[in-house]
Design a protein around this ligand. Structure first.
Ligand code: ADP
Ligand code: MG
Length: 423
């Protein structure tokens, strides 16, 4: 194939032929491409994901398609998202450390493909949580990942020139941002065409869509999301974008990366643990999930403390950007001033993340993209009960986020809602 050939989607049949000469693959799999075994495993909504195994080892080839895979060619989506995914992965590895994302071996912009490390025996975190597995490392690993990527991609750390260059680079990811802007912040709150929900939820859904306070707050959050280009976000940091083993945690799939508010990634992540919490009642056929429920709330609370501690540490040791310059604080003997500013930043981050968590919960139950935590509950009445609890919890977060002080309070609320509706 010519080096700059126009885009052509790979298939399991053509992959070895087309990429057989690629150094990045040959090095890992071995040179005899006729011995390569290729399978397509993409269970995502958008792209092709191939696992290629050879005599020496394996790799993953992820290729974007010029449309949304879930919907088909009627919904075009630019191949350029692969470019943003590649550049985001490179930055995340530099900021959060090697081993926080899959190692990247090769990127081909024209073919919109990324060759990366095959994570094995890793599984998608969402799947593990549905199975009731209590993974011991995720709170710590994900708290560090979020604090490091969000802090180090912002004006708190980068030079103004570098940060503005990155802001410009990622500003091109318009179509994927547009998906978030509509599917997360707007569609769930009216009868948009692509929405769906469990039918038994009808009365509650009508109530939420008529809830003026909720709609206004959801739009304020959208405003914040669109207008506050604070740091490079992962942009889709849910439990389906994380692969785990007992002792390793990797974040994948940052194709939604762009500059937005820090609280968005953290809020989406915590929302997915809270949704897992409310879905557990639907997965108790083989035994009680009481312990799992406790584990999930502990994970939220630990993740938030690890995040805060790491963010504070970076604030004190790596605040080299233009914001809150040490020339105003530490260098004038006013370390306390820097601490006061840090408290302010963490406080608004906390309030905003609660709001983002609430809308994430709503869109996963009312919008287009649902999640397996609830979808795999076959008993529809039971599923609706789980979803209703999550919806009411999400509404409380969105509307009352400025009046909620601590993560213990939020977890207490989750327990209360869970108990009330069980009785
Ligand atoms: P999409 O952008 O289409 O959602 P993802 O990047 O989420 O695609 O990948 C889809 C699936 O492919 C993941 O859920 C996971 O099962 C598998 N996968 C993706 N990347 C890797 C990897 N590096 N190693 C192993 N499996 C992977
Ligand atoms: Mg994706």
């Amino acid at each position: 194939m010519a080096k700059h050939a126009s885009f052509d989607a790979l298939t399991t049949e053509t992959l070895a032929l087309r990429l057989g000469g690629l150094e990045a693959l040959v090095e890992r799999l071995g040179p005899d491409r006729s011995a390569w075994k290729v399978r397509e495993v993409g269970d995502g909504n958008l792209n092709l994901v191939f696992i290629v195994e050879g005599p020496k080892g394996a790799a993953v080839v992820k290729q974007a398609l010029p449309y949304v895979r879930l919907v088909g060619e009627s919904w075009p989506l630019p191949l350029k998202r692969s470019f943003f995914e590649y550049h985001a992965l490179v930055r995340q590895e530099a900021r959060a450390g090697k081993g926080s994302v899959p190692a990247i071996y090769h990127f081909d912009e024209a073919q919109a493909l990324i060759v990366m490390e095959y994570l094995s025996p890793h599984v998608i975190l969402r799947k593990a949580l549905i199975e009731g597995r209590e993974l011991p490392r995720i709170a710590n690993d994900l708290g560090l990942f979020a604090a490091r990527t969000l802090f180090r991609g912002s004006d708190l750390h980068m030079t103004a020139r570098e940060r503005k260059a990155d802001l410009a680079l990622f500003a091109g990811n318009v179509e994927l941002c547009d998906i978030t802007e509509n599917l997360v912040f707007t569609d769930p709150y009216f009868e948009a065409e692509l929405n769906r929900h469990t039918p038994a939820l009808d009365p509650l859904v009508a109530e939420l869509r008529a809830d003026r306070d909720l709609k206004v707050e959801a739009q304020r959050l959208k405003h914040l999301f669109a207008a506050n280009a604070e740091t490079l976000l992962h942009g889709d940091l849910h439990t389906g974008s994380i692969m785990v083993t007992e002792d390793d945690t990797r974040v994948i799939d940052p194709e939604f990366a762009f500059y937005g508010p820090m609280a968005f990634d953290v809020g989406m992540l915590l929302a997915n643990f809270w949704m897992s919490f409310f879905s557990q009642a639907g997965h108790e056929q083989e035994g009680s999930r009481a312990s799992m429920r406790g584990y999930l709330l502990r994970t939220v609370s630990d993740l938030w403390s690890v995040f805060r501690a790491e963010f504070s540490w970076l604030w004190r040791t790596e605040r080299t950007g233009m914001l809150y310059a040490d020339s105003l604080f530490e260098k004038r003997g006013d370390a306390l001033g820097a601490e006061q500013a840090l408290d302010g930043v963490l406080h608004s981050l906390w309030q905003d993340l609660l709001g983002f968590a609430g809308v994430e919960i709503h869109r996963r139950i009312l919008g287009l993209a649902h999640n397996a935590d609830f979808e795999t509950i076959a008993d529809e009445a039971l599923r609706a009960r789980c979803e209703a609890k999550a919806l009411r919890f999400g509404r409380h977060l969105v509307v009352n986020r400025c009046r909620i002080h601590s993560v213990d309070e939020v977890n207490g609320l989750a327990l209360l809602i869970e108990k009330e509706t069980r009785a």
